[in-house]
Design a protein around this ligand. Structure first.
Ligand code: PLP
Length: 752
C-alpha cells in the first residue's frame, strides 16, 4: 500500500495547554493517529496560512473555537473574524477538503451561516468519544483523498503498487535491472522506486491506450477537455513541437496555401516543409529592444491575405479569388508575452479559413483566470465559429505542472463541423511513439486536474500577483536610485499600487511609447503580466545607443553564476517567467543578484573575481573589469548598429525562390552546396537559419539571402571571433575551423 502523507490538520490555541480543552483536543489527535493517520497540530491560523504547501498537503481541517470567545457577538468577535478569514482562504483554493469545527455544544447556533455552509461537520467537545469522532473524520478525509487523483494517474498508481511481475518491456522490469549494476543502483536511488515501477509499456491493458484513446487515458483526456473548455483533448508526450505537426498533418496537403505568423516556432516551419505547403506570412511588428510585437489587426483580413497570395512568386497564375487557405497559425502569446483577442481573429476569418490554430505553448494558464478575458483561444461561454474549427496546442510543461514534453492538442468544433476523431488520429499516430512515456501522460492528467477551479484560478492569480509584486519592487529600487541607472521591467507606464489591477491596464494602446509597436487597433492586444522582459541600460526605444551600456548577455552570465537562470536573453533585455511554480524567494534572489551586479559594475569589479567559472573557461577576460567588458561589447554593438540591423533583418522583404519542401528535398537528394558567408547573397537556403537569441527563424528553406541578412551574419562572425563565450549561436550555420585556427562559416544552399 502506497503511503501518502496527508495529515489531518488541527488548529487549536490550547493544543499544547494543560487545561481541559487541551486535553480534549489531544485525545482526539491520539485517536486519529491510532487509526494510522498523521496529525499536524498548530496553535494559530497564522502558522498555517503562511504555508501554502502545508495547506495543500492536508486531508482535513479541525478548527477549534470556544463559546466563551463570543463576547462581543459572533459577527464582531475576533475569533470568528479570524475563522472566517481562514476558511475563505482555504475555499479560495479548495472547494472539497473537509473542514470541521470543534467546540462546545452551543457554538453552532452562534456561527454565522456563511461559515456553517462551508463546514463538513461540527464536533461537540464532550458528546462523543474521541475514537468515534476520529473514525468519522478519517472516513471523510479518505473519501476526499480518493477523489483527488484523476483517472489515469489513479490507475497508474494502482498498477505500480500491485506488485505483479511483468514480462513486457521496458527491459528494466520496474527498475530491477538497474539494481544489478553499481551505476544502475545509483540511478535507481536517484529517481526512486515509484518512478521506475510506473515506467510501463502499452501492453498493460488496465491503463488504457494512449494511441487509441481508450480506458483511463481516454477518461483523462475527456476530463482535461472539460477543464480546458474544449470539445476534444489529445495528450501528447513529445512536446508541442509534435502537437503542431499533428494539427498540420491532419489538415494540410502538398501545395496548399497556409497563413502563418512569421514569428512562429520552428515546429510550424517543419510542418510547412513536411506537408509541402506554400506559406503566406503575416509579419509581426518589432521594437528596437528586439521585442517582437503583434501582427497588426489589418493583416488578418481576407483582403490583406489575398494581396499576399497575389504577390507570392510561388503562386503566380493561380486564381487568387478561388484560393482558400487551409490553416491559419498564430503564436498566441508571443515570446515576450503579447496576446491577441482571439474573438476578433475568429470573427474575421470564420467562413474563409476552416482551421484556426493558436499555438498556445506559453498560454495554458489563461483559461483559468478572468483576467485573460478573450485573449486566449477557448473560454467558457464564448461564441462558437460557424464553420471554422479552433485548435489550441499547449505545452503543459512550460507554464503548468507537466513533465518536460507534456503537451496537448485542444479542439473546439464549429457550429457546422465536428472533428472526425478517427481521421485526426491518423495524424496523431504518425507522430506518436509507440512507446509513450507514462509518467508524462500522468503529468498531463495531473496538470489538468490541478487547474480545475477554484484551485487553478488561485494558482494563476498567485503567479499574476507575484509578477506584479516583482514589477513594483523593481520600480521601488529604481525610484530609490533616483538619478542613477537601474534595470526596467518592460510594460505599461502605470502600475497599480496594489493587487493586479484591471486587464485594461495591460492593453497595448495605439502609438504608446512604452511598447513602440505603433498604431495598434483598440482592444486587439494585451501584455501578459506574468511574462517579464527586463531591459538593461544602453539602448533606447528608437534604436539609439547611449554612451555607456550593459549588454544583457553579460547580466545573464552573472546571474547564472549566482544561481539564477533566465528563460531567454536578447541584446539589451532578458526574459523571465512567473509560472505557477514561482516563489517569493526566487524573484527576491533575482532582485538582490541584480543589485549585486549594479554594485560590481559601478566598482568595475575584476571579472576573475565575480565570474570565476566563466574566466576559467575564457582566460582572456580575467584581467578585465565588469564595466570594461560591458563597455567593450556595447561599443561593438553600437558600431555595428546592431539593434537596427536585427530589427531590419526580421522586417526585410524575403522572396521565396521555391517551395520550402522542394528546397529541403535538395538535402535528401544531396544536391546542396556549402556556401561561405561572403558569397551568400542571392543564394537559396535549404536549411532553417535561426539565431539564438531570439530563436526565431530568419530564413526558411527556399528563401533567398538578401544583403541585410548577409550583413547580419558577417557581424555575427566578427563578433563571435572577438568575444568568445558571448557568441550568438545561429542554427543552420556550419562552422569549420581552418588550418589557421580561425572559424569559417557556411550555409548549405541549393546547389548552383
Ligand atoms: C516551445 C514552443 C513550442 C514547442 O513546444 P515543446 O513542448 O517544447 O515541443 C511550440 N510553439 C511555441 C510558440 C513554443 O514556444
Amino acid at each position: 500500500m502506497l503511503r501518502l502523507r496527508f495529515p489531518i490538520v488541527i488548529i487549536d490555541e490550547d493544543y499544547r495547554s494543560e487545561n481541559t480543552s487541551g486535553l480534549g483536543i489531544r485525545a482526539l489527535a491520539d485517536a486519529i493517529q491510532k487509526e494510522g493517520f498523521e496529525v499536524l497540530g498548530a496553535t494559530s491560523y497564522g502558522d498555517l496560512s503562511q504555508f501554502a504547501q502545508q495547506q495543500s498537503r492536508a486531508s482535513a481541517f479541525i478548527l477549534s473555537i470556544d463559546d466563551e470567545e463570543f463576547t462581543s457577538g459572533p459577527e464582531l468577535d475576533p475569533a470568528v473574524v479570524n475563522l472566517r478569514k481562514f476558511i475563505e482562504e482555504i475555499r479560495f483554493k479548495n472547494a472539497d477538503i473537509p473542514i470541521y469545527i470543534y467546540g462546545e455544544t452551543r457554538t453552532s447556533q452562534h456561527l454565522p451561516n456563511d461559515i456553517l455552509r462551508e463546514l463538513h461537520g461540527f464536533i461537540h467537545m464532550f458528546e462523543d468519544t474521541p475514537e468515534f469522532v476520529a473514525r468519522h473524520i478519517i472516513r471523510e478525509a479518505k473519501s476526499y483523498l480518493d477523489g483527488l487523483a484523476p483517472p489515469f494517474f489513479k490507475a497508474l498508481m494502482d498498477y505500480a503498487q500491485d506488485g505483479s511481475y511483468s514480462w513486457h518491456c521496458p527491459g528494466h522490469s520496474g527498475g530491477v535491472a538497474f539494481l544489478k549494476s553499481p551505476v544502475g543502483q545509483m540511478f535507481h536511488q536517484f529517481f526512486g522506486e515509484n518512478m521506475l515501477r510506473a515506467d510501463v509499456c502499452n501492453a498493460v491493458e488496465e491503463l488504457g491506450q494512449l494511441l487509441d484513446h481508450t480506458g483511463p487515458v481516454a477518461a483523462s483526456e475527456k476530463n482535461a477537455a472539460r477543464i480546458f473548455n474544449a470539445d476534444h483533448c489529445f495528450f501528447v508526450t513529445n512536446g508541442t513541437s509534435t502537437s503542431n505537426k499533428m494539427v498540420w498533418h491532419h489538415t494540410v496537403a502538398p501545395g496548399d496555401v497556409v497563413v502563418v505568423d512569421r514569428n512562429c516556432h520552428k515546429s510550424i516551419l517543419h510542418s510547412i516543409i513536411m506537408t509541402g505547403a506554400v506559406p503566406v506570412f503575416m509579419t509581426p511588428t518589432r521594437n528596437h529592444y528586439g521585442i517582437i510585437g503583434p501582427i497588426p489587426e489589418s493583416e488578418f483580413s481576407p483582403e490583406a491575405i489575398r494581396k499576399k497570395i497575389a504577390a507570392n512568386p510561388l503562386l503566380q497564375g493561380v486564381d487568387v479569388a478561388s484560393v482558400k487557405p487551409r490553416i491559419m497559425t498564430l503564436t498566441q502569446s508571443t515570446y515576450d508575452g503579447v496576446l491577441y483577442n482571439t474573438e476578433t481573429i475568429k470573427a474575421k476569418l470564420d467562413g474563409w479559413i476552416d482551421t484556426l490554430h493558436f499555438d498556445e505553448a506559453w498560454l495554458p494558464h489563461a483559461a483559468f483566470h478572468p483576467f485573460y478575458g478573450s485573449y486566449h483561444a477557448m473560454g467558457k461561454n464564448r461564441p462558437r465559429p460557424k464553420t471554422a474549427m479552433v485548435y489550441a496546442t499547449q505545452s503543459t510543461h512550460k507554464l503548468l505542472a507537466g513533465l518536460s514534453q507534456a503537451s496537448q492538442v485542444l479542439v473546439q468544433d464549429s457550429q457546422d463541423v465536428k472533428l472526425d476523431k478517427h481521421l485526426f488520429n491518423e495524424a496523431y499516430l504518425m507522430h506518436t511513439s509507440t512507446s509513450p512515456q507514462y509518467s508524462i501522460i500522468a503529468s498531463c492528467d495531473v496538470a489538468a486536474a490541478m487547474m480545475e477551479p477554484p484551485g487553478g484560478t488561485a494558482l494563476v492569480e498567485e503567479s499574476i500577483s507575484e509578477a506584479m509584486d516583482f514589477r513594483r519592487a523593481m520600480r521601488k529600487v529604481d525610484a530609490e536610485y533616483e538619478e542613477d541607472w537601474w534595470f526596467k521591467v518592460w510594460g505599461p507606464d502605470g502600475l497599480t499600487p496594489q493587487g493586479y489591477g484591471k486587464p485594461a491596464d495591460w492593453m497595448l494602446g495605439a502609438d504608446e511609447q512604452w511598447h513602440g509597436f505603433g498604431n495598434i487597433a483598440p482592444g486587439f492586444n494585451m501584455l501578459d503580466p506574468i511574462k517579464c522582459t527586463v531591459i538593461t541600460p544602453g539602448l533606447d526605444m528608437s534604436g539609439k545607443f547611449a554612451e555607456t551600456g550593459i549588454p544583457a548577455s553579460i547580466v545573464t552570465k552573472f546571474l547564472a553564476e549566482h544561481g539564477v537562470v533566465v528563460e531567454k536573453t536578447g541584446l539589451y533585455s532578458f526574459f523571465i517567467l512567473f509560472t505557477i511554480g514561482i516563489t517569493k524567494g526566487r524573484w527576491n534572489t533575482l532582485l538582490t543578484a541584480l543589485q549585486q551586479f549594479k554594485d560590481d559594475y559601478d566598482k568595475n569589479a575584476p571579472l576573475w573575481r565575480i565570474l570565476p567559472e566563466f574566466c576559467a573557461a575564457h582566460p582572456r577576460y580575467e584581467r578585465m573589469g565588469l564595466k570594461d567588458l560591458c563597455q567593450s561589447i556595447h561599443g561593438m554593438y553600437a558600431k555595428g548598429d546592431i539593434a537596427r540591423l536585427t530589427t531590419d533583418v526580421y522586417l526585410s522583404d524575403l522572396h521565396p525562390a521555391m517551395k520550402p519542401s522542394d528546397a529541403y528535398a535538395h538535402i535528401a537528394q544531396r544536391r546542396t552546396e556549402r556556401v561561405p558567408i561572403d558569397d551568400l547573397e542571392g543564394r537559396v537556403t535549404t536549411v532553417l537559419l535561426t539565431p539564438y537569441p531570439p530563436g526565431i527563424p530568419l530564413l526558411i528553406p527556399g528563401e533567398r539571402f538578401n544583403k541585410k541578412i548577409v550583413d547580419y551574419l558577417k557581424f555575427t562572425r566578427d563578433f563571435n571571433a572577438l568575444y568568445p563565450g558571448f557568441a550568438t549561436d545561429v542554427h543552420g550555420l556550419v562552422e569549420e575551423k581552418g588550418d589557421d585556427g580561425r572559424s569559417r562559416y557556411f550555409v548549405d544552399c541549393v546547389a548552383a
